[in-house]
Design a protein around this ligand. Structure first.
Ligand code: B4P
Length: 195
């Protein structure tokens, strides 16, 4: 199996690139952000709880996100692999993911981290906020809170995968097409190894 984590700060293009990558490589896209937004739109208890955190720019509690992820993996037992987009975002989430994959006799193949300067992240998210209606893109204060959460809670995930030689940085501030090409250069050699 080919199991990729698309890593990076809010607005670095994880969701955008995931859409292109699933088409090229035939992988299942697991976006915890999208799953949470679906729960919010459906007005479920999980969605109502998650919304309280998302609108303040905070991460949703680990147990909520890990439970959600576990049920997604159960739905696709015969997948060629996954792109995890926006997950894991904490050390506890990465431990849970490693365990869930080990139970399925597989593991993370590579973590690809989109590197984008902070001023560009803020610019992109404010731009999206003009039309998305997303509470977490509404203003600079909330976006800054999200970036702070990333530095405090998510960077340790990068260290975890770097220690086992699975972490790779990819320049993410070019155009969408340029970034896609750089990601494919990293992924193509992995496809023949994992096929
Ligand atoms: P997410 O939905 O994961 O997404 P994101 O951080 O907003 O950004 P992403 O990197 O995917 O950026 P995108 O491609 O959309 O998270 C939302 C919230 O949900 C989190 O803050 C958190 O509260 C919660 N959450 C999610 N997962 C969680 C977890 N595991 N644990 C706890 N809480 C969790 O790109 C952004 C914009 O830039 C778009 O408008 C796009 O068009 C534009 N763009 C992309 N690439 C570009 C490029 N190359 N050039 C110019 N613009 C570009």
């Amino acid at each position: 199996m080919l199991n990729l984590i698309l890593f990076g700060p809010p607005g670095s293009g994880k969701g955008t690139q995931s859409q292109l990558l699933i088409e090229r490589y035939g992988l299942i896209h697991v976006s915890t952000g999208e799953l949470l937004r679906n729960e919010i739109s459906a007005g479920t208890p999980l969605g109502n709880e998650a919304e309280q955190f998302i609108k303040k720019g905070q991460l949703v509690p680990d147990e909520v996100v890990i439970g959600m992820l576990s049920s997604v993996l159960e739905k696709h037992p015969h997948s060629k692999g996954y792109i995890f987009d926006g997950f894991p975002r904490t050390a506890a989430q990465s431990e849970a993911l490693d365990k869930l994959l080990a139970l399925r006799k597989t593991a993370i193949t590579r973590v690809l981290s989109l590197e984008v300067p902070e001023d560009e992240l803020v610019r992109r998210l404010l731009e999206r906020g003009k039309t998305s209606g997303r509470a977490d893109d509404a203003n600079k204060e909330i976006i800054s809170a999200r970036i702070t959460e990333y530095h405090n809670k998510t960077i340790p995930v990068a260290d975890h995968y770097a220690r086992v030689g699975k972490f790779k940085k990819v320049k993410g501030n070019g155009s969408i097409e340029e970034t896609f090409e750089l990601l494919c250069l990293e992924i193509d050699p992995l496809v023949s190894v994992t096929a």
